[in-house]
Every structure is written in structure tokens, then in C-alpha cells.
Design a protein around this ligand. Structure first.
Ligand SMILES: Cc1cc2nc3c(=O)[nH]c(=O)nc-3n(C[C@H](O)[C@H](O)[C@H](O)COP(=O)(O)OP(=O)(O)OC[C@H]3O[C@@H](n4cnc5c(N)ncnc54)[C@H](O)[C@@H]3O)c2cc1C
Length: 282
């Protein structure tokens, strides 16, 4: 079992990984592609770099990580479950366990679809390889938010009898013969005890299941029982959340959305993790 698992590869995750490594803790680090750090045209408020682009700052982060031999796994975490005082994380069809978790999730840019959280586990799934087999010969919808998820969409099309594939980007290349491409955004999913329909403004399709392939999951869906305040993960000054052993850092804990704040909180979260680990082994 690892001492810690970090979710999120932006500046808060980078800082957490560096500090965990330097403090000699065992950890895993997962993130979908950390793109935001590269988006800034010019950064003028990050100490030691009077004027630097987001791309250059990211390169400096990568060099630092590599110099310490740290590996970030480019995978999405779809669930965090607490069992017997430790945490099990779902990553595709694999599970990993740790004594603590640091959430460095950034802020979500896409809102969940109406009904998504209600039907999660009752027809809505985030994981093609974990749940795809449940829909052999059935009708599904696949919401694909990025080209990089197309292989998962194709995999699902190969299992289902029919797949309504909804690519939310330009230049899709999904070619499966049983895929019907829908070029509009769904407004909701609905059903009774189970998911039954995906609904658009002007029409609905009957389905048995819906796969939502995106790079993040809302914090409260990811970690059941996590306290959210004003749209952000509630944290104390030591970056602890309302769940013992779960810490959070960076944009996901609230404003200001800035590199220095994210990096600082990553550092605080790690020190709190170390204190927590010391307390549970005492
Ligand atoms: C255009 C632009 C310009 C900016 N300019 C500045 C500036 O000049 N100065 C400044 O201080 N700040 C600036 N910022 C803000 C800065 O980029 C953010 O404050 C910073 O990136 C926050 O870091 P973070 O680690 O908290 O989150 P992020 O950088 O958002 O990283 C979070 C990561 O976690 C991943 N993730 C989320 N959920 C999961 C999951 N379930 N599984 C796996 N991975 C997951 C996300 O995909 C993402 O890669 C700018 C931002 C933008 C967009």
C-alpha cells in the first residue's frame, strides 16, 4: 500500500510530488493531460521567473520532476473509496490503495449533464474497460470529449449492438459501423431505477447505458461525502478536507486561481500528509 496517491498533474500536483519524493514517501501520481499550465501566454507573477510563458514554466516543472526520477501516469481516476482506514482508487480497470490522497484536480470547465450523477452506477459509467462488457449487444450512448478517448469509444462500439457516439470536438474519426454520430450536446439523461434515455433539446434516444469519457470527474462524484463549499473542495488551513486522510490543493480548493497558490498548497498538503501518517502509525 502506498503512503499517498496524488490526483492531478498541474502545479499543485507537481509540488505535491516533489515534496513527497524529497520526504521519502511512497506514492503514485495520476493525471489526465495537464494542459492548463501551458495555456498562459505570459506569466509575470511567479517568483524567480520575471517573465515566462506557460509552456516554459511547464518545461521547468518537467525537468525538476525528471531530475528526481518521478513518474506521472497519464490516466484518469474515476473513483476514490474509503475502506478500513485506507483508500482504494479506480483507474481504468485497475485499483490502487493508499493511506492518504491529495486531490489536485484544478477547476472543472465542463459541468456534469443533468442526471449524470444520479444515474452513476445505474447506467452511467466513466470507464469503458471496467463496464463495457455489461453492454454487450445493447444500446449505448458514448459522450467523447476529446480525440484521445476515441480508442475507448471504438472499443465500446465493438461491444454494443448500437452506439450513439457524441463527439464534443472537431475532426472526429470514429468509424465503427454500428456507431451513429450525433453532433450536438445532450442536455440530460433520464430513467427510472436505471438509465433509459439520453435527451437532446429536440429529441431523445432510448439507451441501456451511457459512457462519459472526459479527463475529470467532479470532486463530489470522485470522493463520496467530500464537503464542497461555494463550488470548491472545503479545506482547512492545513489542506485537510472533511475526510480524514484526504487532502486537497490548488485551484480545486478555491480562489485565487494562481500557480504560486497551487504550488504552495501542494507543499502544505504534503506536510499534512506526513503528519497524518506519523499519527496513524504511532
Ligand atoms: C490562459 C490562462 C492563463 C493563466 N495565467 C496565469 C498567470 O499568469 N499567473 C498565475 O499565477 N496563474 C495563471 N493561470 C492559472 C493557473 O494556470 C492555475 O492557477 C494553475 O494551473 C492551477 O494549478 P492546479 O494544479 O491547481 O490545477 P490544474 O493546472 O488545472 O491541474 C489539474 C489537473 O488535474 C487533472 N485532473 C482532474 N481530475 C482528474 C482525475 N479525476 N483524474 C486524473 N486527473 C485529473 C486535470 O486534467 C488537470 O490536468 C492561468 C490560467 C489560464 C487558463
Amino acid at each position: 500500500m502506498y503512503d499517498c496517491i496524488i490526483i492531478g498533474g498541474g502545479p499543485a500536483g507537481v509540488s505535491s510530488a516533489i515534496n513527497l519524493k524529497l520526504l521519502g514517501k511512497s506514492f503514485l501520481w495520476f493525471s489526465s493531460a495537464p494542459k492548463k499550465v501551458e495555456r498562459a501566454e505570459l506569466i509575470k507573477n511567479y517568483p524567480a521567473f520575471p517573465s515566462i510563458t506557460g509552456k516554459e514554466l511547464n518545461e521547468a516543472f518537467q525537468k525538476h520532476i525528471e531530475s528526481l526520477g518521478i513518474e506521472m501516469r497519464e490516466e484518469v481516476v474515476t473513483g476514490v473509496y474509503e475502506t478500513d482506514g485506507h483508500f482504494t482508487l479506480l483507474v481504468q480497470d485497475k485499483q490502487y490503495t493508499a493511506k492518504t490522497v491529495i486531490l489536485c484536480l484544478g477547476v472543472e470547465t465542463s459541468k456534469p449533464i443533468d442526471g449524470e450523477e444520479e444515474f452513476l452506477g445505474r447506467g452511467v459509467s466513466y470507464c469503458a474497460t471496467c463496464d463495457g462488457f455489461l453492454y454487450k449487444g445493447k444500446k449505448i450512448a458514448v459522450l467523447c470529449t476529446d480525440k484521445k478517448f476515441e480508442h475507448e469509444a471504438e472499443f465500446l462500439c465493438g461491444i454494443a449492438e448500437k452506439a450513439y457516439v457524441i463527439p464534443l470536438y472537431k475532426g472526429y474519426e470514429i468509424k465503427s459501423p454500428n456507431a451513429q454520430i450525433i453532433l450536438k450536446k445532450p442536455i440530460s439523461v433520464s430513467g427510472d431505477m436505471r438509465l433509459r434515455k439520453v435527451n437532446f433539446k429536440d429529441e431523445s434516444f432510448e439507451i441501456d447505458g451511457m459512457f462519459i469519457l472526459r479527463g475529470s470527474v467532479s470532486p463530489s462524484t470522485l470522493v463520496h461525502g467530500l464537503k464542497i463549499e461555494d463550488g470548491h473542495i472545503f479545506v482547512n488551513r492545513d489542506c485537510s478536507t472533511n475526510i480524514a486522510g484526504v487532502f486537497a490543493a490548488g485551484d480545486c480548493t478555491g480562489r485565487p486561481y494562481q500557480y504560486a497558490k497551487a504550488v504552495g498548497e501542494g507543499n502544505i498538503a504534503v506536510h499534512s500528509v506526513v503528519e497524518y501518517l506519523n499519527n496513524i502509525t504511532r
